[in-house]
Design a protein around this ligand. Sequence first.
Ligand SMILES: [Zn+2]
Length: 248
Amino acid sequence: MPARPTVELRFYEELNDFLPQERRKVAFAVEVDRARSVKDAIESAGVPHTEVDLVIVDGSSVGFTHLLRGGERVAVYPMFEALDIAPLVRLRPRPMRDPRFVADTHLGKLARHLRMAGFDTLYGNDWDDDRIVALSLAERRTILTRDRAMLRRREVERGYCVRAVESEAQLREVVAALQLESLLAPFVRCRECNTPLEETTREAVIEKLPDKVRALYERFKRCPTCGRVYWEGTHFARMKGVIARLKA
Ligand SMILES: [Zn+2]
């Protein structure tokens, strides 16, 4: 039997995180049989299509549905790679001006950090994948997950696979990967329910404040949905520190 046709794949930058050691940062062959879409070839190597922003086949940028027939050289670049690729076919929208997220069930801490950093982030600890994907599509939210299988689903348009394990490291990773630095806005959103906070006065919330806080802080905000009161206490100071380091 004649050998099946193959194409040469090469992944760049953090897309290599998805590959086994021997395939990282080198070109390798995958079979395409009669014809195989670029998207299918990429995912057969274990890289979710949602991570990919640019595919170059024999020097030309192509879309995911481009068919490979054998012999081509395919270079695959990640989302938000810092290249000027404006004239090429971008497979993802540019960094969002108004980023919105829906976090997978195991990313509750990251969801709270993102809210504290000002980002609209939905999260439910009992949401299944279908619900998360549906919310992403209906509200154009970027899915944040550590589960590659969810991002490989055909209908998913926006997603980011979080590599870090510790929640503050996850926040740093997401902010850097999605280029959100200029959009960081602490103290504007409820970390528990995601509602934008309202300014309030000490007098209006004094009943809810611990004694120490009444004396120490000047500025207060209140969540109109769940009623929580926020002041620039220890948690906020810590988050401000995290954000200052992110911006630096
Ligand atoms: Zn709230």
